[in-house]
Design a protein around this ligand. Structure first.
Ligand SMILES: Cc1ncc(COP(=O)(O)O)c(C=O)c1O
Length: 304
């Protein structure tokens, strides 16, 4: 599942900078919950089951990858997925929410102001009374069990990567930062060769995730060398879910060079774009880079 990645840069340029680059195709894992989704949800679903919960309630936007995956897999745990959806519901549901409902999920729309209040909102108070035994998971599946799942995932990735030689730097996208925290918390037996984790946030102001990611990682593994984390916040392309023409063109160009590779518009396309720019700037010379594809392709349904 690790493939070479051809960038739009000239190969001689990469050679002259002594850079090796490959991509771990997380998007090809677990059809119903690809990329990081399965890894963030699996321990939560197990915990819900162990507690005897009949429902799992979580949060997300109308095109959320997390909700889509949750809908796809919750019923196989005999758990009803329930979504608190940001904003009003329109009579014509988004493809993501349609799939969620088709899979047996229940939707509760939440006004944006209420949604922002998270667990403190009035709707949550009402739903707690209505579903007293439900298991709650934050937006994106980003709690300590989500981080634990991504830490386990890092071990699986490392096992495959090792067969191909040394990768000194892993590259990944971030929304909440839980996935990168799991990667950071993973340390190889020889701690001197645990990879650096280079994070490209999909949101504006993503540099602010540093503390959260380090804290999450330390909770998972108190020995984590948090200096291995680096965040580059310059490639959000206007903010979460923004897809300017320049990024669209880049996705197409990269796809022509890597016909088997699809990037999602919200997370992974921004990572590859940012990575190329950092290479051009000479910030990654002599690195062996492993980019982790975190999935999210269903998110294209939000774009024409
Ligand atoms: C496809 C994809 N990649 C990356 C991320 C970012 O993950 P995290 O919120 O754990 O940083 C998400 C959100 O969960 C996602 O859906």
């Amino acid at each position: 599942m690790i493939h070479p990645l051809t960038l739009t840069l000239d190969n001689p340029l990469l050679k002259s900078k002594n850079i090796r680059i490959a991509i771990y195709r997380g998007d090809l894992e677990h059809k119903q919950a690809p990329g990081n989704k399965w890894h963030k949800l699996k321990f939560n679903l197990e915990a819900a089951k162990a507690q005897g919960a009949k429902q799992l309630i979580s949060f997300g936007g109308p095109y959320s990858n997390h909700l889509h995956a949750l809908g796809n897999i919750a019923l196989s745990y005999a758990i009803t997925p329930i979504a608190i959806v940001r904003g009003e519901l329109h009579p014509q549901l988004t493809p993501t929410l349609r799939d969620f409902v088709k899979a047996g999920g229940i939707l509760w729309p939440s006004k944006r102001i209420d949604y922002r209040a998270g667990m403190e909102s009035e709707l949550v108070a009402d739903l707690k009374a209505y579903y007293p035994k439900a298991y709650w998971v934050p937006e994106g599946g980003s709690n300590s069990l989500g981080v634990k799942g991504c830490c386990d995932w890092a071990q699986e990735i490392h096992a495959q990567a090792q067969a191909l030689g040394e990768f000194d730097t892993w590259v990944v996208s971030a929304g909440t930062g839980a996935t990168s925290a799991g990667f950071l918390a993973y340390e190889t037996k020889n701690e001197n060769n645990s990879p650096d984790v280079l994070v490209f946030p999909a949101l504006k102001g993503g540099e602010g995730l540093l503390d959260d990611i380090q804290r999450f990682a330390l909770t998972q593994n108190p020995q984590t060398d948090i200096e291995r984390l680096k965040i580059i916040g310059d490639y959000h392309h206007g903010g979460y879910a923004k897809l300017p023409q320049e990024l669209k063109d880049y996705i197409e160009k990269l796809h022509l060079l890597n016909p088997e590779l699809k990037l999602d518009p919200v997370y992974t396309a921004k990572v590859v774009y940012g990575l190329e720019q950092e290479i051009i700037k000479g910030h990654l010379d002599n690195r062996n880079l492993l980019l982790i594809h975190t999935g999210g392709l269903q998110g294209w349904s939000g774009y024409q």
